[in-house]
Design a protein around this ligand. Structure first.
Ligand SMILES: Cc1cc2nc3c(=O)[nH]c(=O)nc-3n(C[C@H](O)[C@H](O)[C@H](O)COP(=O)(O)OP(=O)(O)OC[C@H]3O[C@@H](n4cnc5c(N)ncnc54)[C@H](O)[C@@H]3O)c2cc1C
Length: 464
């Protein structure tokens, strides 16, 4: 960056209040990293815009001065997504946190990008509605759209890209566009909404989202089913999916991870490979689905099924699942969490998890397997000492091995956490010549390469 920080500050303070622009060391440090093991780097400046117009003006300052921009939601991403490797300006969307409009008759809601998923669900509850996507962290909806996040309910309702009708986006030259509309479907033009969902802040800043919402189900039943082995649990999931039981959530938590849940969340779950399941529907439908599920899991040597119908008990169960990463962190002081996720076709899931477990057994440190197995997506959580080069090497080798296994079977190097910095090295292998198309899109839409540089793809001809 050639322009001095002082010049940038002068230009930004011409239209932002003093408290919206900062070079405070603690705040810079907070914006230097995400929740991953990747080493951070401070930005020069952090700004807190309050409107799309302000975002546009900030981007124009950066464009004029060839200054990098990193959009920042909550910073909960896991592959170095928000690290400002070239410094520059980080745009924090915390102050753009309004639910703009709830269109209950259209099952749509308009929000600013800094609204978090739990904040939105609190608002929607008053209307008998809910938003489905629930990554473990209480992430912002802007960050969730930018990473195409998914969660425990995606097996039933789909991932983030299935929920976005329209995005307002500030382009890298400051122009403001809309990518969609309020209609349930459209055959008009290139699908820019899908291009921006999952673009990880590399093509522009999302400043408003129109999202699909759903009626809160009449009845909900959650269950915990424990199995003698992970293979039995995974085979049970495959059978449940193949027989078409409309499961709303199905999560695998291996034995090591159940131990972490019990200790962190003060539970006394049976310390065996476990499926956390949930069913949504009316009373008779639910009874039928649950009975069918019980038959299937029994065929796969299920040792015990425990049901949670009451709201408080269900909330506790899913909180325990969502807090699992924090349980690992708490249980392994001084170590850093490395989480990696891959996704495979359902028919390959059992083999992929077996392979992952074999690789975990070769490691010398605490690690577990869990995930949204109903989508063919599993996660490995490794607790590593980042100051020990041997542990880092082993963790990276593990990552490489499971990605390789997934790609060889038609899967992907990441089902939901995204590419960020950490998984860029796998894109050539996964996409082949299609990566050139992505690089051309990046060059065309962000010709100066100022949007979140060195993440996802580099523009054509730019250094990797
Ligand atoms: C404990 C834990 C559990 C998790 N579980 C899951 C899970 O189950 N499923 C899942 O998908 N992920 C999961 N994640 C990862 C993470 O929560 C998601 O990637 C989330 O979507 C990131 O949202 P955020 O608001 O934290 O965004 P950030 O981390 O701040 O940003 C993520 C990316 O989006 C970009 N971005 C942010 N806001 C905007 C914007 N307004 N416009 C343009 N670009 C923007 C950033 O530049 C960055 O590239 C988990 C993380 C943790 C720590």
């Amino acid at each position: 960056m050639s322009t001095s920080v002082e010049t940038l500050l002068d230009e930004l303070k011409a239209f932002l209040r003093d408290e919206q622009v900062t070079t405070n060391e603690t705040i810079l440090e907070h914006h230097s990293k995400d929740e991953s093991y990747h080493a951070g780097n401070n930005p020069d400046i952090v700004v807190f815009p309050e409107s799309s117009q302000e975002v546009s003006e900030i981007v124009k300052v950066a464009d004029r001065n060839d200054t990098p921009i990193v959009p920042f939601g909550l910073g909960s991403s896991l592959e170095g997504h928000v690290i400002p490797y070239d410094k520059g300006i980080t745009i924090d969307f915390t102050l753009m946190n309004k639910v703009v409009e709830i269109r209950e008759r259209d099952f749509l809601v308009k929000v600013q990008p800094g609204v978090t998923r739990s904040q939105l669900n609190k608002e929607l509850k008053k209307y008998g509605l809910f938003f489905t996507v629930d990554p473990g962290a209480d992430a912002t909806l802007g960050g969730m759209a930018a990473t195409n996040a998914s969660g425990t309910t995606s097996v039933r309702y789909g991932v983030m890209k299935d929920q976005v009708n329209d995005l307002e986006v500030v382009l890298p030259d400051g122009e403001i566009i809309h990518t969609g509309n309020l209609a349930q479907k459209s055959a008009s033009g290139y699908d820019l909404t899908s291009l921006y969902v999952g673009s990880e802040g590399t093509l522009g800043c999302i400043t408003e989202l129109t999202l699909r919402v759903y009626g809160i189900p009449e009845n909900i039943m959650a269950a915990r089913a424990s199995f003698p082995t992970v293979d039995d649990a995974v085979e049970a999931v495959v059978s449940i999916l193949q027989t078409g039981v409309p499961v709303a959530r199905v999560e695998l938590v291996d034995e090591a991870s159940i131990r972490q849940v019990n200790s962190f969340s003060e539970m006394d779950y049976k310390e065996k490979p476990t499926l956390f399941l949930e069913f949504h529907g009316n009373e008779p439908g639910l009874k039928h689905d649950v009975a069918f599920m019980e038959e299937i899991v029994a065929d796969h040597h299920c040792e015990e099924v425990h049901f949670e119908k009451d709201n408080a008990a269900r909330t506790k169960l899913w909180e325990a699942r969502h807090n699992l990463a924090y349980a690992y962190i708490h249980g392994n002081p001084g170590r850093k969490l490395m989480v990696t996720d891959v996704c495979v076709p359902i028919s390959e899931l059992a083999g992929a998890i077996k392979h992952g477990r074999e690789k975990i057994e070769e490691l010398d440190f605490e690690a577990g397997i869990l995930g949204h197995v109903g989508d063919g997506n599993y996660h490995a959580l490794l607790m590593i000492d980042t100051d020990d080069p041997e542990e880092v090497r082993m963790a990276e080798q593990f990552n490489e091995a499971i990605v390789e296994y997934a790609l060889a079977r038609g899967g992907t190097c990441t089902g939901e956490h995204g590419v960020g910095r950490g998984k860029m090295k796998y894109l050539q292998r996964e996409h082949g010549s299609a990566l050139n198309v992505m690089e051309n899109i990046k060059s065309a839409l962000d010709p100066k390469g100022i949007m979140n540089p060195h993440k996802l793809v580099d523009a054509k001809g730019r250094s990797k």
